[in-house]
Every structure is written in C-alpha cells, then in structure tokens.
Ligand binder design. Structure first.
Ligand SMILES: [Zn+2]
Length: 425
C-alpha cells in the first residue's frame, strides 16, 4: 500500500518539476519493422537484390529516427561478393554488392567512448529460394525470413532506440549485416574494415532468429568465449526469467563467428530452430511478439552491462564441442559425415584454395599447425581449389587417418600432417 501512495506523490512532483519532457525518439515499432522487412515486396532480401537495397534504406532511416549517427563514410558499408565466393559459384550470380548498415551511438564517457560494443543482426535472406532453401520445390517463391532475420533486425532497432535515450559509457555500434546467408560475408568484411579497431572492441552480440520464443527457452551461444560471460548472463537472467541455455564457444552458423575468429568475445542470442526455418513459411504472422520484446529487453540489459563495465573481458578459446550446434555452421564438411578437421573457412572467396579465417581450438587442424590466413591447396591426393573440393577431399578419408595438407602461407608453401578426428552430430 505505501508503495502506491509514495509513487503517486512522486509522480505528482515529477510532473510539476518536469512539465515538458525532452524530445524523445520515436517509440520502437517491432511489428511494423518486421512486417516491412518480411513483406513480399522485398522479395526475400537476397544480398545485392533491389529488395535488400530497400531493406537497407529502411534500416538506415530507422537508425536515424531513433537517434543513431552514421559512420564517417555514411550509413552503408558496401562489399562485393567475389565471383569465386562459394555462394556465388552455386547461385551463379557473382559480383553482387552487399551493404552493411551501420549506426553509431557515441559513448558518454570521455575515455571509454573510444571503445566499442557491437550489436549485430543480419537482414539479408534467401530471396526466391534455390541456394540455402530447405524447400526442394520452392525455387521462385519468396522466402520472407520473418524470424530469419527480420526479428533480429527489428530487435536491433528497438535496443538502439532505448539505448539512445540514455547512452552508456562505451560507444555502441549497431550493424545490420548483409551477405550472412551466403556465408557470413558482411561480418567477414566488417572484421577486415572495422569502424573501431577490433582491439578496442570489447565484444560482439549477435541477434539471429529471436522471434520464436517457445516455453521461455532462450539459447545464448558463445557463453564460453569470455570468462565473465556465464556470471553476467546468469545475473541478467535472474530478472528476465528465461529457461536459459548459455553454452558453447564462439563458432556457430552466424555472424558472431567472424568476430570470434578475430579473437573477440561473442554471444549469439537465439530462440532456436523451427519447422519454418529456411522455408517459404517463415512469415511475420508466426512471430511471438511478446517473446521478441522479452528478448529485446534482455539484449538491452546485456549491451548496457557490457558497455558500462569498467573492466575488460577475458577472451577464452576453448576446445570445440564435437557436436555441431545447428548443423549449418560454415565449417568444412557436413556434420555427421566423414572425417573432422576443424577449420573455419573464409567464405568470401577462394584464392586458388580454401583460405581459413581460423581453426577451432583443440581441433586436428590446430594440432597440425594450421592457422588463420593459411590457404589449403591440397588434402591427401586431392586438390582443393574451393570449399566443395575440400569437403569432398575430407569425405574421402576416415577419422583417425593421417593426411598431408598442402598449405600456402604468405609466399611459402608448406606441407603439414593432420590426424583427422571424428565429426560429431
Ligand atoms: Zn538463415
């Protein structure tokens, strides 16, 4: 009873002392944002398509409306999908231009504002199907991708709006990535050309598929990519009350992998797979809006805590689990089939071999001495000009076999020996 009475008094006083609230950013419109992004008019937002361009323009306008600033080069960071990128080969498109949309919220602390926390969500999807679709008969039909990942893009705007009303100490960089469905291309490009140096980037949080909360179950991958993450997530969840599954290293089938390969702590927030994943039925009517709001609230708390903490994070690189997380990770080969090497290929191109962005900790690849920037040109007796050839080469061997791997490293060519492992899943 006393609380109510006190609250009434305080509210009365507040309204006298503060008759005209300062200009507020436009309130977030989760439903409107998702409906716009997953409308048939955008034709499934395939990277480089007019529909994706419309989405990018829309996102830049929303970033501006909620109070973010463009980077020095503007709202868009463009990248070209090389003709030799694995996706370009399969889709026979090539030479597409993707656009990351980047909005900045400068930190308020004069020192910490030189450091950044990144909140990202990809906005591209599968267009009219074909490449990446799980519906065999759906080529030519719009894949709207409401959960994957209009949901993450809408949550991104929501968090931006609320954080802009009260900026934290560090700068927060909001990035709507393109090229994710073609192999994490937009995030790979950002890592090569970051707005803030990666060394000054505390962490990257990725929202990918956050619109289908069921039974309160929220997955957070990457929880083991920084020593401090498990305790932080637990304390945030004390208020949020999710059935929280926080687990895993930072490699997974979404944009956080690009940052983890660059040795930054990462988290991927995810409401799990469902029967509409990568199908024509991933529509806005099926999004759980109350759930999405809860996930956005949780993400807001998480980014606020990260951007305000006084201490750095302790990056951890742990041995990879043997079971793949969702089966679509861009690691070499197919889960559940063939021998395991543990490389993380660069999907942006095939420079006469398979370039690696990294190797999984404790994997056969790491034990063999492979590392990021290596270009694998041969495995055993098979040339590996591209990822498909490398996958085929690995499939021709069994776990436990020792194979020679020919590697181009800068100007030198080396041959390494790897003992292949068992692929989980
Ligand atoms: Zn997807």
């Amino acid at each position: 009873m006393w609380r109510t009475a006190l609250l009434g008094t305080l509210l009365g006083l507040a309204s006298l002392a503060d008759p005209l609230p300062a200009q507020r950013p436009e309130p977030p419109r989760l439903l409107d944002d998702i409906r716009f992004l997953s409308d048939d008019r955008l034709q499934g937002r395939m990277t480089g398509s007019p529909g994706a361009d419309s989405a990018a323009t829309y996102l830049a306008r929303r970033f501006s409306q909620v109070g973010l600033q463009p980077a020095a080069g503007g709202w868009f960071q463009s990248f070209t999908v090389g003709r030799d990128a694995p996706a370009a080969r399969q889709t026979q498109t090539g030479a597409l231009v993707g656009k990351n949309v980047i909005g900045i919220l400068p930190g308020r602390d004069p020192v910490l504002r030189n450091q950044a926390v990144i909140l990202g969500a990809h906005y591209d999807h599968l267009g009219l199907g074909g490449f990446g679709s799980l519906d065999p008969d759906s080529t030519g039909i719009v894949h709207n991708g409401a959960d994957d990942n209009a949901s993450g893009a809408a949550a991104l705007i929501q968090v931006a709006a609320r954080l802009a009303a009260s900026p934290p100490a560090r700068t927060v960089v909001f990035i709507a990535f393109s090229g994710e469905e073609l192999g994490l291309l937009g995030s790979a490009f950002y890592v090569k050309q970051p707005i803030y140096p990666l060394a000054s980037t505390l962490a990257m949080v990725n929202l990918d598929m956050v619109g289908r909360l069921r039974n309160g179950r929220l997955i957070v991958y990457g929880a083991r990519s920084a020593k401090e993450f498990p305790a932080l997530l637990d304390s945030l969840n004390w208020y949020a009350g999710f059935d929280l599954k926080a687990q895993g290293d930072g490699y997974g089938p979404s944009d956080q992998s690009s940052f983890y390969a660059a040795k930054r702590p990462v988290l991927h927030i995810f409401t799990d797979l469902h029967e509409d994943y990568h199908r024509t039925t991933d529509d806005w009517q099926k999004v759980n809006y109350d759930g999405l709001k809860r996930v956005a609230d949780f993400s807001l708390g998480l980014v606020t805590a990260l951007a305000n903490r006084t201490k750095p994070l302790t990056f951890l690189e742990l041995p990879a689990p043997t079971v793949s997380q969702t089966g679509t990770a861009p690691t070499s080969g197919t889960p559940g089939y063939g021998a395991y090497l543990g490389t993380v290929p660069d999907m942006t191109g095939a420079p006469g071999g398979v370039r690696l962005v990294g190797v999984r900790a404790g994997s056969p690849a790491e034990k063999a001495g492979l590392r990021g920037d290596d270009i694998i040109t041969r495995i055993g007796s098979k040339e590996t000009p591209d990822l498909q050839a490398m996958t085929d080469a690995l499939r021709s061997h069994k776990p436990g076999e020792v194979v020679e791997i020919m590697v181009r490293r800068g100007a030198t060519v080396t041959t390494l020996q790897a003992t292949l492992g068992v692929r989980g899943g």
